[in-house]
Design a protein around this ligand. Structure first.
Ligand code: 5AD
Ligand code: SF4
Length: 441
């Protein structure tokens, strides 16, 4: 019976982990678990972890430390670790944290119900294999449960790019694309359950090459097919690699109305020397040219990116190239990180000269200051304009409702609207991280 036992899931890292956590909750729903919002009331705690930077990975151990007392008070409590830390450090987690009953890597989530049955009472269960079968096909959803209006849908997983700094090719494995018909069925099911906006997910989503009715399909064709679903209003995708932005995908931003004008396109650095050392296989000029082409087909597109400061060997001049690239592109938002050596990656193993951490931090702050200013400028420019908003939830203030614009801005309104409504909003104000406006009837 569903709802007898209580499950608490804590999710770290990327949106793919959010998607995976939803699937794991659904799978464990079949084992009688219902989700709760605090670890104190749980019969099972599951951490879905991230290994992308050292800080992210460390959080797992400190979080586990906090559960020690809970486990002592309730010895039947099952504690599980999933995600990329589980994949990379499964055995070590079991050794360092004896209270962990279960470790499951991202490619084995369909085996979670069985692992859950096996684990506990001193018995440990660990699965960090890369099995052949399609895990998503086996992670069955609870029938027809209503969903929030915006949902994620994983279409592709893993990465073959091997950027020198990145653990993803090791923790998530080689690139695998799901077949078109399965994605289509999942999308139709989501729409039946109330979803209006789908974000297609993949570590390298624009490298998508799934089996279609007549051979292999690319991402643009998949998007155009999904756009035929009536109740689906919006499509997004993330994360992309510049080298996989093919002509069809660029064109889709101009002619597919349901594809939103927002593109997350990481470049990492503006220095050709560093890009080469990072094994990115493109230059700064090629990236800029790509951005220009995107703007030719969709002039109002919101651009986002990822940056790393302090990659081994990065000089002041290299960093200035990054600043110059950011100034030229003008981002709507961007994420920047200080380089963190990851075990097993070429950059960490090569032993190139590390940038002084204080210098890397100083560069990070300067870059973030520039990005924040650009973000504010892009957002402020929305004031006085009309945007379309998909209402997602109630806001913090009474009577307030909040949703997302085409450009992924959070928009607050105080008009009477319901979750799932698509409304036109006249933007009247721009706050720190959101816009406010009036619904146009
Ligand atoms: N150190 C710092 N940042 C990293 N990223 C990936 N690996 C590392 C690392 N070792 C950043 C990249 C990537 C984003 C998801 O995380 O910018 O695009
Ligand atoms: Fe990591 Fe590069 Fe693959 Fe992105 S493209 S997941 S940064 S290896």
């Amino acid at each position: 019976m569903a709802g007898e036992k209580k499950l608490y899931i804590k999710t770290y890292g990327c949106q793919m982990n959010v998607y995976d956590s939803e699937r794991m909750a659904e799978a464990l729903g079949g084992s009688g678990y219902a989700e709760v919002s605090s670890p104190e009331e749980a019969d099972m705690i599951l951490l879905n972890t991230c290994h992308i930077r050292e800080k992210a990975a460390e959080k797992v151990y400190s979080e586990l430390g906090r559960y020690k007392d809970l486990k002592i008070a309730k010895p039947d409590l099952k504690i599980g670790v999933a995600g990329c830390v589980a994949q990379a450090e499964g055995e070590e987690i079991m050794r360092r944290q004896p209270m962990v009953d279960l470790v499951v890597g991202p490619q084995s989530y369909h085996r979670l119900p069985e692992l859950e049955r096996r684990a506990g009472g001193g018995v440990k269960a660990l699965d960090t294999e890369f099995p052949e079968e399609d895990k998503f096909e086996k992670l069955t959803a609870r029938p027809k449960a209503k969903r929030a209006p915006a949902a994620f849908l994983t279409v592709q997983e893993g990465c073959d790019k091997f950027c020198a700094f990145c653990v993803v090719p090791y923790t998530r494995g080689a690139e695998v694309s799901r077949p078109v018909d399965r994605i289509f069925r999942e999308a139709e099911d989501l729409v039946e359950r109330g979803v209006r906006e789908i974000t297609l997910l993949g570590q390298n989503v624009n490298a998508y090459h799934g089996e279609g009715s007549d051979g292999t399909w690319g991402l643009a064709r998949l998007i155009r097919r999904l756009a035929e679903i009536d109740g689906l209003k919006r499509i997004r995708f993330t994360t992309s690699h510049p080298n996989d932005m093919d002509d069809d995908l660029i064109a889709a931003h101009g002619d597919c109305e349901k594809l939103m004008p927002y593109l997350h396109l990481p470049v990492q650095s503006g220095s050709d020397r560093i890009l080469k050392a990072m094994n990115r296989k493109h230059t700064a000029a090629e990236y800029i040219r790509l951005i220009e082409r995107m703007r030719e087909v969709r002039p109002d597109i919101a651009l986002s990116g990822d940056f790393i400061t302090g990659f081994p060997g990065e000089t002041d001049a290299d960093f200035e190239d990054t600043m110059a690239l950011v100034r030229e592109v003008k981002y709507a938002s961007a994420f920047s990180f200080k380089y963190s050596p990851r075990p097993g990656t070429p950059a960490a193993e090569k032993g190139d000269k590390m940038v002084d951490p204080a210098v890397a931090t100083e560069r990070l702050y300067r870059l973030q200051e520039l990005i924040t200013a650009q973000q504010r400028e892009f957002q402020n420019a929305m004031v006085g304009r009309e945007v379309s908003v998909l209402i997602e939830r109630a806001g913090r203030m009474p009577g307030q409702m909040v949703g997302k614009s085409e450009h992924l801005h959070a928009v607050y309104v105080t008009d009477t609207v319901a979750v799932g409504d698509m409304v036109r909003v006249a933007i009247t104000e721009s706050a720190t991280n959101s816009l406010g406006g009036r619904v146009i009837r």
